[in-house]
Design a binder for this molecule. Structure first.
Ligand SMILES: *Cc1c(COP(=O)(O)O)cnc(C)c1O
Length: 472
């Protein structure tokens, strides 16, 4: 029987200690004493060594996953002779180790700011394998990208075309560009919406594409090589991608008559499970459906097959990362519902919306477990909350933990590898947690924890030695 405050999708587990295979990284398991290990390192050891909260990436799992994403996306297109480039979306999670790992599996990088660009370059990413996107790139950002020799700049407005050309002309280089297209397709998790012109800031409307292509053709130092679309995020089915690809191909075929187009970038957005209610995407099946649609549409239009690009972020790093917290307080809160009174067990942990904004920002759901021990108590409906001064400071809105969850327990939250560290803040003057990679019985710090000195050092008035820096 479900708890009256439990959402419909949430089912009470038979065993609150169990680790669902679909949700947890491959090398997360309970050891003989009932404690969870990640990559062979127990959570208590991680907590002792680096403290909590901490982001922990299962290094072996990430390695396999990055390879699996490539192996799912490329072959269905390669089977028809189409080359596939995968750009890892650095905004999902960025550190030198992550960049090196995805590079080792043949990924380039998708960046959208000066910071992401410089970080990817500093980590050793080949500039030719970098794609620079964004709806409002500054001139210094464009200059840095062109100067570095990035492979493609995806232009997002007509105004930007002249800006990129001015920079390329000043630097005396020729720059390949693609156009981000507002296809009017927007995919939500299980369906896509196709409106006449989607009401959002990204891309150039299909009706303005010819004009944009003319601007690029008329620009002395630019070459138009392709069209780009990114239809959303956390998508589980192929239909939105297929519809966007068909629309892009119609435009591609028409523009190709006058422009040297060769590439179709279909973006990222492949969904991952955050809870038992989310499906696991069969990425190979999705890519196969998409490849078949690209082939069929290209044949109908009588054009040669394009090269294909993708920009996965979440599906590469999301499921491989978890966050480890320590419980500080628990509280039974009486709640009256239509069907009578109920209590919700609030479990406060030592992080919160500063290390995982997604629940507050998107009402995202997550799955917690007690990682430091097993319990024979029956599962209790809990809300895992943080330590911030907001009632919306929620990490897991609804989940089940053993009813005896208590201060000092270590709680692990699944699937926090993407968009948790990258969206982290210093709210309430809390430092962003470390990110460690656990593998082969050892942990390796990829990003150290942010210290109070890091944060307070920005306050020039405190005279702590910080100097007014250069704005990025
Ligand atoms: C965010 C983003 C991605 C990555 O999306 P995921 O959902 O992480 O796969 C790819 N392309 C663009 C343009 C994006 O903005």
């Amino acid at each position: 029987m479900s708890h009256p405050l439990a959402p419909d999708w949430l089912h009470q587990p038979a065993d609150a200690n169990a680790l669902s295979v679909a949700l947890w990284p491959a090398n997360v398991s309970r050891n003989a004493s009932g404690e969870v290990e990640i990559g062979g390192v127990s959570v208590s050891q991680i907590a002792r060594q680096v403290g909590t909260p901490v982001y922990v990436v299962d290094g072996g799992d990430l390695d396999n996953r990055a390879k699996a994403v490539r192996d799912a996306l490329s072959p269905p297109f390669a089977a028809h002779g189409m080359a596939v480039t995968c750009y890892y979306a650095t905004k999902a999670l960025l550190s030198a180790d992550i960049v090196k790992l995805v590079m080792a599996h043949g990924f380039g990088a998708d960046v959208s700011t000066m910071g992401e660009l410089r970080w990817a370059l500093a980590a050793g990413m080949n500039p030719h394998h970098i794609e620079f996107l964004g709806n409002n790139k500054s001139v210094p950002e464009i200059r840095a990208a062109v100067e570095a020799g990035v492979g493609t700049i995806v232009v997002d407005s007509i105004q930007e075309i002249a800006r990129v050309n001015d920079v390329a002309t000043t630097l005396g280089v020729s720059q390949e560009v693609a156009i981000r297209v507002n296809t009017g397709v927007h995919a939500s998790t299980h369906e896509y919406l196709a409106t006449a012109r989607e009401d959002q800031k990204f891309g150039i409307a299909r009706s303005d594409l010819d004009s944009a292509a003319e601007h690029i053709a008329g620009a002395s130092n630019l070459t138009l090589i392709g069209l780009h679309s990114h239809i959303g995020s956390q998508i589980f089915v192929a239909d939105g991608f297929v519809e966007a690809a068909k629309r892009l191909l119609v435009d591609y075929a028409r523009l190709q008559q006058h422009h040297p187009l060769r590439m179709l970038n279909l973006g990222g957005g492949f969904g991952i499970p955050y809870t038992e209610a989310d499906p696991v995407v069969d990425l190979h099946a999705l890519a196969t459906e998409l490849a078949d649609a690209v082939v069929a549409t290209s044949q109908e239009l009588g054009i040669a097959l394009p090269d294909i690009a993708f920009e996965p972020g979440r599906s590469v790093v999301g499921p491989s990362g978890v966050t480890l917290y320590e419980v500080g307080t628990t509280k039974q809160v009486a709640v009256s519902t239509d069907s009578g009174d109920a209590t919700r067990l609030y479990v406060s942990v030592d992080g919160g919306m500063s290390d995982n904004l997604r629940a507050a920002l998107y009402h995202a759901d997550y799955t917690p477990i007690i990682a430091s021990r097993v319990s024979n108590e029956s599962p209790a409906l809990v809300r895992v909350v943080g330590k911030h001064c907001e009632s919306g400071d929620i990490v897991v809105d609804a989940g089940y933990l053993p009813a005896d969850v208590t201060p000092g327990d270590l709680v692990l939250v699944a699937a926090t590898g993407a968009y948790c560290h990258s969206l982290a803040s210093n709210y309430n003057v809390v430092g962003r947690p470390a990110l460690v990679i656990a593998q082969g019985g050892e942990i390796h710090t990829s990003l150290r924890a942010e210290t109070l000195e890091d944060i307070m050092g920005r306050d020039v008035g405190l005279g702590l030695g910080g100097t007014p820096g250069e704005k990025t």
